[in-house]
Design a protein around this ligand. Sequence first.
Ligand SMILES: O=C(O)CCC(=O)C(=O)O
Length: 319
Amino acid sequence: MQVFTDSTALISEPSKLRQRFEEEGYLFLRAVLAPEKLLELRAQIVNCLNEAGWLDRQADLLDAIPAIVPYVEGDEGYLEAYNEVQKLQAFHELAHDPAILSLMAVLLGDSAFPHPLAVARLMFPDNDEWSTPPHQDYPNNQGTESLYACWIPLDDCPQRLGSLSVLRGSHRFGVLPLDYALGAGHRQAVLPTELDKLDWVGGDFNNGDLLLFHSLTVHRALHNQSGRMRLSVDYRYQAEGEKLTEPCLYPHFNRISWEEIYRGWSDRALAYYWQQKDFEVVPWNPDMHNINPHKEADAIKQGLRYDRKRERQRQESGS
Ligand SMILES: O=C(O)CCC(=O)C(=O)O
């Protein structure tokens, strides 16, 4: 795999930064965010995971070494811990960090704002079947294609911790068809042969580095082979006046309300901030997620095989 183009030197040159984004479909930028701010959020997330009994208490909790068989997005056990993460003020506030907003203003214009739907990834190691598969964000979010993501690992994230990788230039090939996959979102993009000429790019993130990418850019996670959980967050941004779908206005997974989320906040300045923004709500089209019906049975079998494997692991480990 090739290494990310480092665009940090272009941060103070808006037109060059935009040009790079238009050419490559992503920007990898070093030292944008304050490491101590990300470590504080990491500590709060780790605390939620520890309370849920996920972590090895003999080890440094900040290392996030799991003590249990992997949970994955959608599992009841995952969602119980995840709801606590969703309640963290610092997690939602980070989407509004001035350094990210000014980058998004360069790419999308001054009215750029984050979707209220904010995502945290609590990714177990040695769980390759569930590594996020190659996909584009647009079919999940819909609304406007001018929707850009910001992916931020909470602390250093070398490739073997399962960092994100991008298919450089793939944003120029439109919305791709989908197939089933076990990983986050349960869909992977079917890559046409014309994308064979493109390169997957990736790299080792230091704490404070981030990745921005277009809603049509194909991206995936590398396998986490580190023995530690990969903790990261991702936020999505668009300009005012553009289309947006209703699910992007709810908390991720929509299992708890905004009021429950805001209950413990010390400062509600950002509560319901999007109600002051201008956008057009359009329906989310479920057909965009359809896969070839002949493959549905395979998909179900894949899910069952994975669940049986975890059940065996749980019995063996007595957890
Ligand atoms: O962190 C991951 O594994 C997935 C992230 C992702 O797909 C995204 O930010 O759109």
